[in-house]
Design a protein around this ligand. Structure first.
Ligand code: HEC
Length: 204
C-alpha cells in the first residue's frame, strides 16, 4: 500500500516536472514569436542603419531555423514557416508581419511575472546593480551602425511595448549568437532589471 502511494507520488512529481518543462518551452516559444514580430515591425518602419537591418534579417532567418521544431514541440502547425522564409527572401515585411500576428494570437507571450506595476526601491536597486556589474560594459557604450549593436537598454525599453522588451530580456543576455548564453537570471531579477530601466524620466 505504502509502495503504491510512493509510486503515485513519483508519477505526480514526474508529471509536474514535465508540465513545467512544457510551460517553459511554450513561454520561450511565445517570446521568440513576440521578438520576431517586433524585429519585423522595426524593418517595416525602416528603423536602423543598413548594417543593423542586415543583422535583423539574419536574426529573423536564424529564429526561423529553430521555429518548426519549437512549434512541433508545442503541438502547433509549423507549415507557415515556409511562407515566412519566402517573405523574408522577398523583403515583404508586411506579409511576414501578418503570419507572425496569427502565430502571436496562437502563442501569446505572458509578461506578467516580468512587469511589476509598482516596483520597490530595493527592486530597482537590485536591477541597477545587476546592470552595472553585468550589462553596462557592452550596453552603455555608444552603438553605431553595426550588425549586432548592443543598445542602451532604457532607450530600447522606451521605444517599444513593455511586453516586447520583457520577451527580449527573457530570451536572454545573448551577447552575440556565437556565445549562445542562456538566460542565467530568475524572473524576479529580470523584473528588477526592467524596473531599473523604466525609471521615471529625468532620474536616469
Ligand atoms: C558581451 C557584451 C554584452 C553583455 C555583457 C550584455 N549584452 Fe545584451 N546584447 C549585446 C549585443 C551585442 C546585443 C545585440 C545582439 C542581439 O540582439 O542579439 C545585445 C542585445 C540585448 C538585448 C536585446 C535583444 C533584442 O532582442 O534586441 C537585451 C534586452 C539585452 N542585450 C540585455 C542585456 C542585459 C540585461 C545584460 C546584462 C545582464 C546584457 N544584455 C549583457 C551584448 C551584450
Amino acid at each position: 500500500m505504502r509502495y503504491r502511494s510512493l509510486l503515485a507520488g513519483l508519477a505526480a512529481a514526474c508529471c509536474c516536472v514535465a508540465a513545467q518543462a512544457a510551460g517553459e518551452h511554450e513561454r520561450r516559444l511565445a517570446a521568440e514569436i513576440a521578438v520576431m514580430a517586433g524585429d519585423t515591425r522595426r524593418l517595416m518602419a525602416g528603423e536602423g542603419g543598413p548594417l543593423e537591418r542586415e543583422g535583423l534579417v539574419k536574426r529573423l532567418n536564424g529564429a526561423l531555423s529553430s521555429l518548426p521544431l519549437s512549434l512541433r514541440r508545442a503541438k502547433s502547425d509549423p507549415s507557415s514557416v515556409v511562407a515566412m522564409r519566402a517573405s523574408i527572401k522577398r523583403r515583404d515585411w508586411r506579409a511576414l508581419a501578418a503570419v507572425l500576428a496569427t502565430l502571436k494570437r496562437r502563442h501569446p507571450f505572458d509578461p506578467r511575472l516580468l512587469l511589476v506595476a509598482a516596483p520597490t526601491a530595493e527592486m530597482r536597486a537590485l536591477g541597477a546593480s545587476i546592470h552595472t556589474t553585468t550589462c553596462a560594459g557592452c550596453h552603455d557604450a555608444a552603438s553605431g551602425d553595426s550588425l549586432l549593436p548592443a543598445k542602451n537598454l532604457s532607450a530600447q525599453l522606451a521605444s517599444m511595448p513593455r511586453e516586447e522588451f520583457a520577451a527580449r530580456l527573457l530570451l536572454g543576455v545573448r551577447g552575440d549568437r556565437t556565445t549562445g548564453l542562456r538566460n542565467p537570471f530568475s524572473d524576479f531579477e529580470l523584473a528588477a532589471l526592467i524596473a531599473s530601466y523604466s525609471r521615471p524620466s529625468g532620474t536616469r
